[in-house]
Design a protein around this ligand. Structure first.
Ligand SMILES: Nc1nc2c(c(=O)[nH]1)N[C@H]1C(S)=C(S)[C@@H](COP(=O)(O)OP(=O)(O)OC[C@H]3O[C@@H](n4cnc5c(=O)[nH]c(N)nc54)[C@H](O)[C@@H]3O)O[C@H]1N2
Ligand SMILES: Nc1nc2c(c(=O)[nH]1)N[C@H]1C(S)=C(S)[C@@H](COP(=O)(O)OP(=O)(O)OC[C@H]3O[C@@H](n4cnc5c(=O)[nH]c(N)nc54)[C@H](O)[C@@H]3O)O[C@H]1N2
Ligand code: SF4
Ligand SMILES: [Mo]
Length: 713
């Protein structure tokens, strides 16, 4: 090559630059956890450029294939919207869209943050400090570690990170403990695959070729999804269920099995408890009653039961769609329980996989190095808006937050009750810090913005959920600009706030070692981690195949049995229902929240080109509202029309896409999750319409309980 390249340093002859390849692993909030090769252009004394990100073969599930988002990850690293220095809001500039900032040094920014933290702690109490973080795209070194040390030492409010997977987490832990599920690679051997409320094409793409391979060998496919996704269209049976009614469908299938005597008696006897109570709960759900509630044909519900009865091995891939509603926990539990009633376990290619069935559970907790003060109140991430507005019902007797620290989260875009969140963040008596990689919608509400590294610029320890791979990825390049890791940023604040203690571990390597030690890795796994940065389970390394549930391991419940009716879950669901005066309990259905005014269910599934709101800077939009032809017709709407979608919480201004790909069933509308203000005409998304009540188990956000009307604008 004889050319030269433009860089921030000027013109550098290519002879001085070099191309290098480094190994990495993708920690983004996606089940698959691809292993990667990153090609970089490095210049002596100059900035490093990400040239290419491709898949590598280390992870046998992802096999060198990666999604387009991460193939173009260099665009995010070097984005024009990348944050490269600390910023402080100009005193004259109001918070929110268009806010103006001045560049600051890290010293000045951290001094200000520490000073404000101590002021709020002194004037309002530690609990007036509210960390707002999620951490789905973060592993054990960037979430729940140095941040947690700071919050504990300050006595800050606890945050319940319940945006996602807490319904399914509570249900899975209650029924099976932290037990690994059926390995996704083994789906190839299944003769029946039931994809229940998951959309692998967009949100875990490596399962798609495995399903296709099984279909090519004669496997049948069932998809339970309100949308006519590509997978649904290729299925033998597509149950276009009405959102939030999966509990009725799952219980009706249990009821058919028990009614016809098809239940797997030997398995139930040997491996489960609580079957009688499950059976009683299911007995209330005749096929016709379930058909009415789910808006499915009775014959299709019966067909699902027959397929599960007739076909073996059969496997259920349970996704996240059914969990994001008032009965999401019970729905997930009833779906998981089908694996027992229908006798799916025991054969290669049979069983159940959920986001909870991970091979290795990571706990940053062991390396935090600070005691958790007793009695701190907890605020739900789904109810941050109401907390910021001082609603007593979510403050648990504590103070209204006066300090928000937003990191690993894009609160302005991703939390329900968006209008309350934005109004709260606009409060002038609230001090807000946002640590981010790019200028998100949330960053515009900050008093101080601190630039964060991406996973190519920091070390991370993380595990796939669904795919069984644990990784310790090393940074492949120095930080862009002045971006800092979460550990360095929180370490700096701890120092400045005078909260450091002698002997505090702050370096990432010993912290990572402490976390990995707790996972009890086998020698073979440690070696693989050191060699390639990624490892399979010890079982697989030793046996050359993935472990099978109930064959190679048992539930991680106290009695090693699958508990089909955990009493503590029943109590939790009962208590949750009582908050609204309803009667409830495990497997108790709560009616559809639709009204005559707001009859349409609005769901907000994952978008292929983003990870929740991450990569929003590179999606131009505008985002469409997907509608069923019939629903559009009765409202006089045609494809492309500009509409308002609204309810009592707010409204979003969008255009409609009628019919076509991913068409929802009649009665359901779709606005994909993670949208930024720039993607809709009025800057609000489906979250302006999502209520902030919590699910029956695990207190999950109930995004899909939004009920709306659509009208021309
Ligand atoms: N590209 C990409 N990948 C992602 C993500 C992303 O945003 N983009 N997000 C990641 C994260 S955070 C998560 S949690 C997972 C989510 O991954 P998925 O499990 O795929 O979750 P969703 O996309 O929310 O919903 C899945 C499907 O459920 C359907 N659905 C909605 N409501 C219901 C219901 O009540 N019942 C049933 N049966 N189906 C319903 C939706 O139409 C959708 O097709 O994906 C992860 N992977
Ligand atoms: N309407 C609707 N909304 C939803 C959902 C839905 O179904 N419907 N689903 C929800 C789901 S499944 C999820 S998981 C949540 C996700 O909610 P969020 O976690 O708020 O969403 P992300 O887009 O993943 O935002 C993570 C942010 O952290 C930043 N980040 C990444 N790494 C680091 C780091 O090391 N340091 C710092 N400081 N920042 C970092 C990223 O740039 C990104 O902006 O959203 C939920 N929101
Ligand atoms: S987001 Fe998912 S599919 Fe894309 S590279 Fe990361 S792990 Fe692989
Ligand atoms: Mo999620």
């Amino acid at each position: 090559m004889t050319s030269t390249a433009n860089t921030q340093q000027g013109i550098v002859p290519d002879s001085l630059a070099r191309e290098v390849e480094r190994a990495s692993h993708c920690p983004l909030d996606c089940p698959d956890h691809c292993s990667l090769t990153v090609t970089l252009r490095e210049e002596p004394g100059g900035p490093t450029q990400v040239l290419k990100v491709t898949g590598s073969e280390h992870n046998p599930f992802t096999q060198g294939v990666i999604c387009s988002k991460v193939r173009s990850f260099g665009d995010r690293v070097h984005s024009a919207e990348r944050l490269t220095t600390p910023l402080i809001r100009k005193a004259s500039s109001p918070k929110g869209p268009g806010a103006e900032f001045e560049t600051a040094s890290w010293d000045d920014a951290l001094d200000l943050v520490a000073k404000q933290l101590l002021r709020v702690q002194r004037d309002h109490g530690g609990e007036a400090i509210l960390p707002v973080s999620y951490g789905g795209s973060n592993g054990a070194l960037t979430e729940g570690l140095m941040d947690e040390r700071l919050w504990r030492r300050l006595g800050a409010s606890r945050l319940s990170r319940d945006l996602c997977a807490t319904s399914s987490g509570a249900a899975f832990d209650g029924l099976l403990g932290k037990m690994p599920g059926t390995d996704l690679r083994d789906y190839e051997y299944a003769k029946l695959i039931v994809v229940w409320g998951q959309n692998p094409k967009d949100s875990g793409m490596h399962l798609v070729p495995t399903i296709k391979a099984a279909q090519a060998k004669g496997a049948k496919l069932v998809v339970v999804d309100p949308r006519s996704t590509g997978l649904a269209r290729s299925a033998d049976l597509h149950l276009a269920i009405h959102p939030g009614t999966d509990l009725c469908l799952a219980l009706a299938v249990h009821n058919i099995f028990f009614g016809k005597g098809w239940q797997a008696d030997a398995f139930l006897e040997k491996h489960t408890t609580g079957v009688a109570k499950l059976r009683d709960a299911a007995a209330l759900w005749t096929v016709d009653k379930a058909a009415a509630e789910t808006r499915l044909d009775s014959a299709d519900i019966e067909r699902l039961a027959e397929l599960l009865h007739e076909t073996s091995p059969a496997v259920i891939r349970a996704g996240w769609g059914p969990e994001r509603c008032r009965n999401g926990g019970s729905a997930m539990a009833a779906i998981y329980a089908l694996a027992a009633t229908c006798g799916l376990y025991g054969e290669k290619g049979g069983g159940l996989t959920s986001s909870q069935s991970r091979a290795v559970q990571l706990k940053s907790e062991v390396a935090v190095g600070a005691e958790l003060p007793a009695g701190l109140r907890t605020i739900s991430l789904s109810q941050v808006g109401r907390a910021l507005l001082g609603h007593a019902d979510v403050l648990d007797g504590g103070p209204t937050p006066h300090f928000v620290f937003n990191y690993n989260c894009n609160a302005a875009s991703t939390l329900p009750n968006q209008n309350a969140v934005l109004k709260g963040l606009r409060r002038e008596d609230l001090f807000t810090v946002v640590s981010e990689q790019v200028m998100t919608d949330t960053a515009y509400y900050a008093d101080v913005i601190l630039p964060a590294t991406t996973f190519l610029e920091h070390d991370e320890v993380s595990a796939g959920y669904g795919a069984t791979f644990l990784t310790h990825a090393r940074k492949v390049m120095e930080a862009v600009g002045e971006a800092r890791t979460n550990a360095a940023m929180f370490g700096g604040i701890i120092e400045r706030a005078g909260l450091a203690q002698p002997g505090d571990a702050t370096e990432l390597d010993p912290l990572a070692a402490a976390i990995l030690k707790e996972t009890d890795l086998a020698d073979s796994q440690r070696q693989a981690l050191t060699r390639t940065g990624g490892t399979l389970t010890a079982f697989e390394i030793e046996n050359g195949r993935a472990p099978m549930p109930f064959v190679d391991h048992l539930p991680r419940t106290p009695d090693q049995k699958m508990n089909l009716f955990p009493e503590d879950l029943d109590r939790e669901a009962h208590a949750r229902a009582q908050l609204t005066g309803a009667s409830g309990g495990l497997y108790v259905y709560q009616p559809d929240p639709a009204t005559t005014e707001y009859p349409l269910a609005l769901i907000s599934p994952a978008m292929g080109r983003m990870i929740t709101s991450t990569f929003g800077e590179s999606y131009a939009g505008p985002a469409p509202l997907f509608m069923n032809r019939r629903d559009a017709e009765v409202r006089g709407l045609a494809h492309g029309d500009e509409v308002r979608v609204f309810n009592d919480l707010g409204e979003a201004h969008v255009h409609v896409q009628v019919g076509g790909r991913d068409e929802p069933a009649a009665g359901t509308a779709v606005l994909l999750k993670g949208l930024w203000a720039r993607h809709t005409a009025n800057g609000l998304s489906s979250n302006a319409l999502s209520p902030d009540h919590l699910s029956d188990l695990g207190g999950n956000a109930c995004f899909n309980d939004a009920r709306v009307e659509v009208a021309p604008r």
